[in-house]
Design a binder for this molecule. Structure first.
Ligand SMILES: *Cc1c(COP(=O)(O)O)cnc(C)c1O
Length: 396
């Protein structure tokens, strides 16, 4: 059998390569940071990690993780409800709820699991899920695992959401679900209007704060802080793998009965291992740090504003951003790839995206700014963009 299957796979893989969609991995030998070292010794400035607050290599988090290795060991070797729960897991759940102003939290191995396990235990074929068309893959998969009737609305399009909500009046319970920040444009979901519509059409709201937690809002409390809606949304999901330290882990936080039901019935929670105690300990440290100072969020916001302003002044077309994601619009697919490659030669790591990841004719380079970037790092990036932009005729 395998010979036939092998030929089939080789064929498919070749198609992927020919379409220019084959993913190669760059091998980093230093810690993840604003500046990284590659296997070939090359140093590069990293503008494509989700390390928004620069915590992936933070000494305080490393110290907290090391201490927990000594006090709590390496792994839990169990799912939570059998014997995979430590005091550190409970403490982190409480701290995440305090951070977001919610009632309770449940931890998962990743936000992919949080989203994969949130819908099916809560909703049935009598209910409705109304989902933004640009929601993350894990939300799409989670919705697929649930029998609820599905409605989709165009990205952040409130007229369309209202249309879908009208149709969904046929169902018993309604849940609107949206990413907090959309990762290709960096725009924030219009949560104020979503909540207004939810009230008008008797629906609940879920926001995935993966790209917004730690980033959006004056103190980084995410999209609910940005719209002054802390505690007003039934369900939030998020990751420990981006701004929150970048290691691993996800969570759902929100109304206590919802969290309680997920502990009883959510399959990725019931049938998958607990996060390592050191990750829980570092997570607790992370929340403590963010509660005692706003330094990292302030630096991230300053860095992002500085980058956008200078890039616009240099003549680049930057999508309006409300996060740390800056889309440098190039429109042409090949140009986005050529430019990203030339920037890499200049020691700047960024990613070029084109169809089908973004709409046709909307190719771009996505830059992710971090609190780990120094002013010199940002200036070097802007200078490299300007040089390469001129070479490729993007800038006159
Ligand atoms: C990154 C991301 C996830 C997945 O998070 P992991 O913890 O890495 O699994 C889920 N949702 C959104 C919106 C994301 O951006």
């Amino acid at each position: 059998m395998y010979q036939k299957f092998q030929a089939f796979l080789q064929n498919e893989l070749n198609d992927i390569k020919e379409a220019g969609l084959y993913k190669n991995e760059r091998i980093i030998v230093s810690p993840q940071s604003g500046e990284i070292t590659l296997k070939n010794g090359q140093k590069a400035l990293n503008f494509c990690a989700n390390n928004y607050l620069g915590l992936a290599n933070n000494p305080q988090l490393i110290a907290a993780a090391k201490e927990a290795l000594d006090t709590h060991g390496y792994g839990m070797a169990s799912v939570r409800f059998i014997c995979g729960c430590s005091d550190l897991h409970k403490e982190l759940e409480k701290k995440i709820a305090e951070f977001f102003g919610t009632e309770d939290t449940i931890l998962y191995a990743a936000c992919f699991d949080a989203n994969g396990g949130v819908f099916e235990p809560l909703l049935t074929d009598q209910d409705a899920i109304i989902s933004d068309a640009l929601n993350h893959a894990s939300i799409i998969d989670g919705v697929r695992l649930c029998k609820a009737v599905r409605y989709r609305y165009a990205n952040a399009d409130m007229a369309d959401l209202e249309e879908q909500l009208k149709k969904a009046q046929a169902q018993r319970f309604r849940l609107i679900v949206t990413d907090g920040v959309f990762s290709m444009d960096g725009n924030v979901a219009p949560l104020d209007k979503i909540v207004e519509l939810a009230n008008k059409y008797d629906a609940m709201v879920m926001v995935d704060e993966s790209h917004s937690a730690g980033v959006v809002g004056k103190t980084g409390r995410g999209v609910t802080e940005h719209y002054n809606l802390r505690g007003k949304v039934e369900i939030l999901t998020g990751t420990l793998g981006k701004a929150f330290g970048g290691a691993i882990g996800g969570f759902t936080t929100g109304k206590k009965e919802i969290i309680d039901m997920l502990r009883q019935r959510s399959r990725p929670y019931l049938f998958s291992n607990s996060i390592p105690p050191m990750v829980a300990a570092a997570g607790c440290k992370m929340v403590e740090m963010m509660s005692s100072t706003n330094e990292l969020q302030d630096r991230l916001h300053e860095n992002t504003a500085y980058f956008v302003e200078k890039m616009k002044a240099a003549g680049f077309d930057i999508k309006p951003t409300q996060s740390a994601i800056c889309a440098v619009m190039l429109y042409d697919a090949k140009l986005s790839q050529d430019m990203a490659a030339k920037l890499q030669e200049e020691g700047i790591f960024v990613t070029g995206f084109y169809y089908p990841v973004v709409p046709k004719g909307q190719a771009r380079i996505r830059v992710q700014v971090s609190a780990a970037h120094t002013r010199e790092n940002l200036d070097k990036c802007i200078a490299a963009f300007t040089k390469v932009g001129k070479e490729l005729g993007v800038l006159k």
